[in-house]
Design a protein around this ligand. Structure first.
Ligand SMILES: [Zn+2]
Length: 207
């Protein structure tokens, strides 16, 4: 039976656009493609064009994406991300204990969404200790909101949970709720601001 109330997909014009706000008016196929284009773009920007690649992933969704993405050959290792639900520990991946578990050259793929990245940037700015992501870390999901990541995961049937607890962002989130461009805009501004306060820069483990 044709459901006349179904909205049209913005991309392929099929009449089965997702009803969730995070779906952005796309059907599930186009929504996945849109998210994967953003992920591919983040990935390409983060790694050199040539040479061997090894990734350490901390969450199932990143692992799933990297295994399916048409990218050049690479090695992949899964490392269960510590449960940080009850503590403020975005620094864990930068700790010597974490790094001691691995040898050789590798990129750590952080499961941070746009909200997680904004949270870390806010913490960094409010403590006046500018934090810059070391080049061996990839914020693969930084251009994807947590609602989009959760929807993307559910379409693939993969369990998903927030990587980091909310502390600073809870104040700002209601303002950003109705307009995710504010969230991405904030992130971009903060990333531009941080190099300007470079004099205050410290290593992650000193924050
Ligand atoms: Zn579509």
């Amino acid at each position: 039976m044709v459901n006349l109330k179904m909205a049209e997909c913005r991309k392929c014009r099929s009449r089965n656009a997702l009803t969730e706000t995070a779906g952005g008016g796309f059907c599930s196929k186009c929504f996945k493609e849109v998210i994967e284009l953003r992920l591919k773009s983040s990935l390409k920007k983060a790694v050199p064009k040539k040479g061997e690649l090894s990734f350490i992933v901390l969450d199932s969704l990143s692992e799933n994406f990297l295994k399916r993405v048409k990218f050049r050959p690479f090695k992949l290792e899964f490392h269960n991300f510590p449960d940080v639900t009850n503590r403020w520990s975005w620094r864990i991946p930068f700790s010597p204990e974490f790094a001691s578990g691995f040898s050789g050259d590798y990129y750590v793929v952080l499961p941070w969404t746009a909200e997680d990245s904004a949270e870390v940037l806010l913490e960094s700015l409010s403590s006046q200790k500018a934090f810059r992501l070391p080049s061996s870390f990839i914020a693969l999901w930084k251009d994807v909101s947590e609602e989009e990541a959760a929807l993307y995961a559910s379409l693939l049937g993969i369990p998903w949970r927030k990587a980091l607890p909310r502390r600073n962002l809870s104040f700002w989130k209601p303002l950003m709720e109705n307009d995710s461009s504010l969230l991405f805009g904030f992130q971009k501004s903060a990333e531009e601001l941080i190099p300007l306060i470079h004099d205050l820069s410290v290593k992650p483990d000193e924050v």
